[in-house]
Design a protein around this ligand. Structure first.
Ligand code: G6P
Length: 610
């Protein structure tokens, strides 16, 4: 949610900023801007729209300045416009700031600053920051000191980068509850919301912690903690490849990431079966503590919530522990029953979703053990949980989640197996068998990717002009349908709803008329016959049925207009396989409708606001 990049060093900064922002565009893309120090002043350029539009404008300038900051925005306060695009500047235009997060007390601060004579030119919460810094500078502070003083006044979440025309080459960065890293290179220092933006230049990074402030210049770097004490930061070496930020021959990131799923499954499972038993050491709970767990909540948002719905089926089915799955934004504002024997599992691809984080904090205060499942090492979700499983999806760029979802489902499946193992509900040989079958899904997904394209495309052709679609399933299929519908609406803007198939008759069936698309998860499962009956009800009313079904099912063709066959797997693992054709289906329809599948309108990859 908003991407920040900054640089001070010996190289001209213009292209560094544009390239960094392009890599961060997944965080927001409604407007973009830069501030570059040039000949004793700040050149501030904003553009509405994507980074490409800013890059085009900057192409006319070719600034030679070697210190600057940039931003790509996902609007929170104030609509997407040039005026609301970052960087924001002080009254005299000599201080510029980019910010990611939300300043909750901005209205009071703005009132106070306006009363002191500051003129504002945007509707954003961010704009209070350059004015607060300007105020402190008027009192004699340098940029570093002024950023610290300003930060002390802010309530909410922020990652900030600031420059001042009065102090050429100095870049100050600060963070609280929003990610920020400093990249260390021979030619200078880089600042970014995400490591991916600096990987071309360096693999040595410092991940700032809450309250940290970094003062950077071409030949020096100083790091201070929340108490104002200078410290030597721990430098992390990033060993993954910048290729993850490239499309690698695929037409879009979404397709590339869908095709990475077999690898994600294998990596997520690697090393988990030790001496014939499941091992998740990161959980940091003893067998005795695990054995005491008598209630599980899975909390998450968006696609991650759907992974949680799958987990509920598995935890209850295998471990026989009551398990609720709840969206984090609801969980945090009610009063769930939490005791010291409650396990809260927080699932978040980005590891920085504000609602999920708030729910984690709340659950811990109430005494629960919290376990995080995330894709981002060292993210707030990882740091604030008692234990964590990393999903090994690697960086996901397309805004609509695919490979992260599969990584989450596999991780949650492992967790459910572990709880069943510890509780003695599954014997060791059963756990081993299930583990092996789960591992086999990597090959099965590979086959789906090779073989189901034509059937998916034909179904997409048939549905692309619909105004609305209904996704149905039962049991695991109902949860899979939820994710299928979300994927479709996220990237194609075709309205889609998911319903448990058995519930169709209590309302949604009224929607069905001639040609209305009903997309069914109709894989072989204990409720297969029930799903087929529901499809007959839909068909009788003219629905155009698309079914995801199990290879060898000769009956399904009688009830569906289009069938996408996938390999047979145990019902417990059907989410891993059946989700894949639904991802491809959503993408195919989005492309038919001329949509940008990687950067759908109004969305952002990580949502750090409430
Ligand atoms: C946003 C993204 C979704 C994601 C959700 C939760 O809405 O667009 O793809 O599922 O946030 O994000 P998280 O990082 O917590 O999984």
């Amino acid at each position: 949610m908003c991407g920040i990049v900054g640089y001070t060093g010996t190289r001209p900064v213009q292209n560094i900023l544009v390239e960094g922002l392009s890599r961060l565009e997944y965080r927001g893309y409604d407007s973009a801007g830069v501030a570059i120090e040039q000949d004793g002043a700040l050149q501030v350029i904003h553009r509405k729209g994507k980074v490409g539009s800013l890059a085009h404008t900057l192409g006319h300038f070719d600034f030679s300045g070697t210190c600057g900051i940039g931003h790509t925005r996902w609007a929170t306060h104030g609509r997407p416009s040039e005026a609301n695009a970052h960087p924001h500047v002080s009254c005299d235009g000599r201080i510029a700031v980019v910010h990611n997060g939300i300043i909750e007390n901005f209205a009071e601060l703005r009132e106070e600053l306006e009363a002191a004579g500051h003129a504002f030119s945007s509707e954003t919460d961010t704009e209070v920051i350059p004015h607060l810094i300007e105020e402190a500078c008027r009192e004699g502070a340098d940029l570093f000191q002024a950023v610290r003083e300003a930060a002390e006044r802010l309530i909410g979440a922020y990652a900030i980068a600031a420059v001042s025309a009065e102090e050429p080459g100095v870049l100050v960065a600060a963070r609280k509850d929003s990610p920020l890293v400093v990249g260390l290179a021979d030619d200078g220092s880089y600042v970014a919301s995400d490591i991916i933006a600096v990987l071309d230049a360096t693999r040595e990074v410092v991940v700032l912690s809450d309250g940290d402030v970094a003062k950077l210049s071409p030949d020096a770097r100083e790091f201070y903690n929340a108490r104002g004490e200078r410290f030597q930061p721990e430098v992390a070496h990033v060993d993954w490849d910048v290729d993850v930020a490239e499309k690698g021959g695929y037409p879009d990131f979404m397709l590339k990431e869908i095709h990475e799923q077999p690898r994600v499954i294998r990596d997520t499972l690697a090393g988990r079966l030790v001496n014939g038993a499941l091992a998740i050491d990161e959980l940091d709970l003893s067998v005795e503590e695990l054995n005491l767990i008598d209630r599980v909540y899975v909390i998450a948002c968006g696609t991650s919530y759907h992974a949680g719905l799958i987990a509920k089926n598995l935890v209850e089915g295998w471990a026989r522990i009551p398990c609720e799955c709840e969206v984090a934004s609801e969980f945090r504002y009610r009063n769930p029953i939490i005791t010291p024997t409650t396990l809260v599992v927080a699932v978040s691809q980005s590891g920085e979703t504000a609602d999920t984080l708030a729910a984690i904090r709340d659950a811990r205060v109430k005494g629960a053990r919290v376990f995080g499942i995330t894709n981002v090492v060292g993210s707030p979700v990882a740091r604030e949980s008692d234990g964590v499983i990393y999903t090994k999806a690697n960086k996901e760029i397309a805004v609509a989640s695919t490979k992260s979802f599969l990584g989450q489902v596999v991780s949650l499946t492992l967790l459910a197996l572990l709880l069943a193992q510890v509780k003695g509900k599954l014997k060791m040989n059963q756990v081993r068998l299930l583990f092996r079958e789960l591992a086999d899904t990597a090959d099965q997904v590979e086959r789906i990717l090779l073989e189901c394209g034509p059937a998916v495309d034909a179904a997409a052709q048939a549905c692309k002009d619909a105004a609305s679609a209904l996704f149905v399933g039962r049991g695991m299929g109902a949860a899979i349908a939820c994710e299928g519908a979300l994927k479709l609406k996220e990237i194609s803007y075709l309205h889609a709803e998911a319903y448990p198939a058995g519930e169709m008759k209590h309302g949604p069936i009224a929607l069905i008329d001639e040609g209305f698309p009903v997309i069914a998860v109709a894989t072989k499962s204990p409720v297969y016959d029930k799903v087929v009956s529901n499809l007959q009800e839909a068909k009788a009313r003219g629905a155009m049925v698309v079914a995801v079904a199990t290879e060898g099912d000769e009956e399904i063709g009688r009830h569906a207009d289009h069938v996408v066959f996938i390999p047979k797997v145990r019902d417990a693992f059907s989410a891993v396989t059946a989700s894949v054709p639904l991802q491809l289906f959503a993408r195919a329809i989005a492309l038919e409708r001329g949509c940008d599948v990687d950067q759908p309108r109004n969305l952002a990859k990580s949502v750090t606001v409430e």
